[in-house]
Design a protein around this ligand. Structure first.
Ligand SMILES: Cc1cc2nc3c(=O)[nH]c(=O)nc-3n(C[C@H](O)[C@H](O)[C@H](O)COP(=O)(O)OP(=O)(O)OC[C@H]3O[C@@H](n4cnc5c(N)ncnc54)[C@H](O)[C@@H]3O)c2cc1C
Length: 153
């Protein structure tokens, strides 16, 4: 059997899980690799995602993984892609555990690296009462005092 995947999806947040679902339904041999670091995991609920409003992120990801499990051509693996290179006809990705995989296509769904200011109190409140976005979590804190933080004066 050909050991080259049709696609390796790097990351299994909302984007990577969605990609895996669509590829599975298209019967593509797909490997989804995830380091389990979705950026909203610390939040108590997802705000503003139709059909999932206020749902805890961990529940949302568990449900997404369960949906992928119905498609036999898709494998979800927990781990980190450490590096990758393009060959003539495919790509080789190396995982942090030392294994390597090849694929005809690679889809990067690695999310954003949110960096908050290194001020006292921010880290432990991040995703709870300090947020990157008022549209996601403003509702839960409506009518409370609000401070907006930005760079510069
Ligand atoms: C605190 C917080 C709260 C948020 N709340 C909301 C909200 O309520 N509503 C909303 O719409 N949006 C919210 N967001 C934005 C939200 O996180 C994004 O909309 C959404 O999670 C993006 O999904 P994603 O799949 O692109 O990335 P992510 O969910 O970040 O997933 C990326 C995945 O890729 C993995 N990954 C990265 N690099 C590698 C690698 N080299 N190898 C393997 N895996 C890798 C990560 O571990 C992670 O699991 C919030 C963001 C933050 C920071």
């Amino acid at each position: 059997m050909n050991s080259t995947w049709d696609c390796i999806v790097v990351g299994a947040g909302a984007a990577g899980l969605s990609a895996g679902l669509v590829l599975g339904r298209a019967r593509r041999r797909t490997l989804v690799v995830d380091a389990e670091g979705q950026s909203n995991r610390v939040a108590g609920g997802i705000g503003g995602l139709l059909g999932h409003d206020t749902r805890p992120p961990v529940d949302f990801y568990a449900a997404g993984r369960a949906e992928l499990a119905a498609y036999p051509s898709v494998e979800l693996r927990f781990g980190e892609v450490a590096r990758g290179e393009r060959n003539d006809d495919d790509f080789t990705l190396e995982l942090a555990d030392g294994s390597s995989e090849t694929a005809r296509r690679v889809l990067l769904a690695t999310g954003m690296d949110y960096r908050y200011p290194t001020l006292p109190g921010i880290e432990e409140r991040w995703g709870r009462s300090v947020f990157h976005c008022p549209f996601c979590h403003g509702w839960e804190h409506r009518d409370e005092p609000l401070a907006a933080l930005d760079r510069g004066a």
